[in-house]
Design a protein around this ligand. Sequence first.
Ligand code: ATP
Length: 357
Amino acid sequence: MAEATTDLRVRLRVLRRDFRLEVDLTLPAQGTTAVFGPSGSGKSTLLRAIAGLEPDAVGSIKVQGDVWQDEHASRPAHWRETGVVFQHTALLPHLTVADNLRFGWRRAGSPSTLLDQWIERLALAPLLQRRPESLSGGERQRVALARALVTQPRWLLLDEPLSALDAERRAEILPFIEAVRRDAGIPVLYVTHSVEEVARLADHLVLLEAGAVTAAGPALEILNRADLPLALRDDAGVVLEARVRERDPHGLLTLDTPAGPLHAHGREHVAGARLRVRVQARDISLALQRHDDSSLLNLLPATLVALTELPGGQVQVQLDASGVPLLARVSHRSVERLTLRPGMPVWAQIKAVALLV
Ligand SMILES: Nc1ncnc2c1ncn2[C@@H]1O[C@H](COP(=O)(O)OP(=O)(O)OP(=O)(O)O)[C@@H](O)[C@H]1O
């Protein structure tokens, strides 16, 4: 029964002078739904409308039989039971981290175990007596996440929570966001313009373009589609579900993936761990024969499916590796030199150091 879930039914329109957002979406009650699109496509407008922060939004938002908004009324933001974290979330400057957390927690009447749990899961214990102005950007976002979570929201809405951070800080905080996804047990709406974050975090994906949804569905299915604009970006690639088979003493991982075994480098993953590995098109080179005499550790047999000319003398190559679609990017000259054409068997070669998991 649709009414029994916390799926968000969202039918919304926002009209501005030079911009129109019009969406009709069901956001699943389980897991993380990423909203991805170029700058100005309306991602934040959609999130803010769901949070009740867009006065110009008209339409309806329903969750589990509750109406947050319809043609008659719109619940104010604080009655929508959402936890919201923005790129720059304001913490209360005169309160310590501990008091910032207690503030939202007390108002929501949540159990004290919840406060302790999120302090532990987000590693906040050393920060509790600090004031917001003394925190780094990444620390501040961890506190903002905890503050949202201790109110026991029905939906967690994250608007580019990492985009103000540099790559190193982002890498530090991503595992915490993964922990939220895994342990919070509440659905997350995650607005981002980073493919890497979508690949790491998303279960479902909504693509927005100029205020309209161009695709929505299971994240890996959409990320790996060759017919969407995502496939033409410089960082195009596919994402594979993987399981760690072993880790050698130097930290090299052997992963089992549906496309075949792959070697990769990464954090302290242990045998049996499940993870996602993103294989970028520009990290795959093609050979007509198997070469065991190079430093390339990953050699996957594949069939060439299609070739698409790209600007600048590059060619996008769609491959099928044991039924799994892969994308490779090669030079036009290589296509001629190897006389590549659809139906040909090839070897997809990938450097292990290109695969960071
Ligand atoms: N308060 C506002 N008043 C008027 N126009 C706005 C307002 N906020 C956003 N816009 C415009 O609405 C459109 C959508 O903006 P929005 O912030 O939702 O896009 P976005 O996809 O989140 O972009 P970004 O990735 O750059 O944050 C843009 O054209 C933007 O300039």
